[in-house]
Write a protein that binds this ligand. Structure first.
Ligand code: ADP
Length: 257
């Protein structure tokens, strides 16, 4: 994790005054017009807003998949918005876990192989990989299914595999795009509980784009976008603040810096 100091205190992710414009032929589409936010260790921050408000653009920029036209992105205090493609790919591999609505599992690989894949790519030693995969599969309650293929599992179980795959490398940041959209409400609640438990245990910051009202109510903070700007941002909920007062104070100082 060369470009980033993982143990530095303060927010995991800071977005400062991000601007992004897409060009479609002659048309110029302003997607983000000055978005700033910070996500603290262990915090679940929900990003909401109508279709076209800029949620995916924020996720793509925070996930180092795309670059802003202007503004800064700090991961653990290090600026990352201008990294070249190779450095961004390595940082994404080591520090960021992704959870998608459609799970994106590899159908010909077993559950354990799917979860192991990020560790394989990162060249971790085999024994360490085996231990980590067993641990995370246990955490998501899927150890019995380790040798099954994804098509033998229910939707909720597949999303738990995707969560395990995102968390197995112990990322600083998890980016989730509508993670409960294809799940029934009981399963969606269980999936969110799982993300929350893991985020709190590992100090992982989670940035979650969602329209799902139940999920919004249960995240630590909600930021609503409209037309590429933040329309409304809630205060952190009381439970979260009680557990993370110090992180939040450090985060505010980090933002002011
Ligand atoms: P959301 O995820 O909230 O639906 P997006 O971030 O996808 O919003 O889109 C924000 C705005 O940027 C929209 O007007 C959308 O049409 C536009 N946009 C997004 N991606 C592209 C792209 N690749 N090319 C052109 N316009 C885009």
């Amino acid at each position: 994790m060369s470009a980033v100091n993982a143990s530095r205190p303060g927010p995991v992710l800071v977005l400062q005054d991000l601007h992004k414009t897409y060009r479609l032929g002659q048309h110029v589409v302003p997607a983000l017009r000055g978005v700033s936010l910070a996500v603290q260790p262990g915090e679940l921050l929900a990003l909401t807003g109508p279709s076209g408000s800029g949620k995916s653009t924020v996720l793509n920029l925070a996930g180092l998949i795309d670059r802003p036209d202007a503004g800064r992105i700090l991961l653990r205090g290090s600026e990352v918005q201008a990294l070249d493609t190779t450095a961004a790919t390595l940082l994404r591999r080591d520090a960021i876990g992704f959870i998608f609505q459609g799970f994106n599992l590899v159908p010909v690989m077993t559950v354990a192989e799917n979860v192991d894949y990020p560790l394989f790519i990162a060249n971790l030693p085999a024994a360490q990989r085996r231990a980590r995969v067993a641990e995370v599969l246990q955490a998501v309650g899927l150890q019995e299914h380790a040798q099954h293929r994804p098509d033998a599992l229910s939707g909720g179980q597949r999303q738990r595999v995707a969560i395990a795959r995102a968390l197995v490398k112990r990322p600083l940041l998890v980016i989730a795009d509508e993670p409960t959209a294809s799940l029934d409400s009981v399963t969606a609640d269980a999936v969110l509980d799982l993300i929350r438990a893991q985020a709190h245990a590992l100090g992982t910051a989670c940035l979650i784009a969602t329209h799902d009202e139940r999920l919004l109510r249960r995240c630590d903070r909600v930021v609503a976008l409209r037309d590429g700007v933040i329309e409304q941002a809630s205060l952190p909920n009381a439970d979260y603040l009680a557990d993370h007062q110090a992180d939040h104070q450090a985060g505010r100082q980090g933002l002011a810096a």
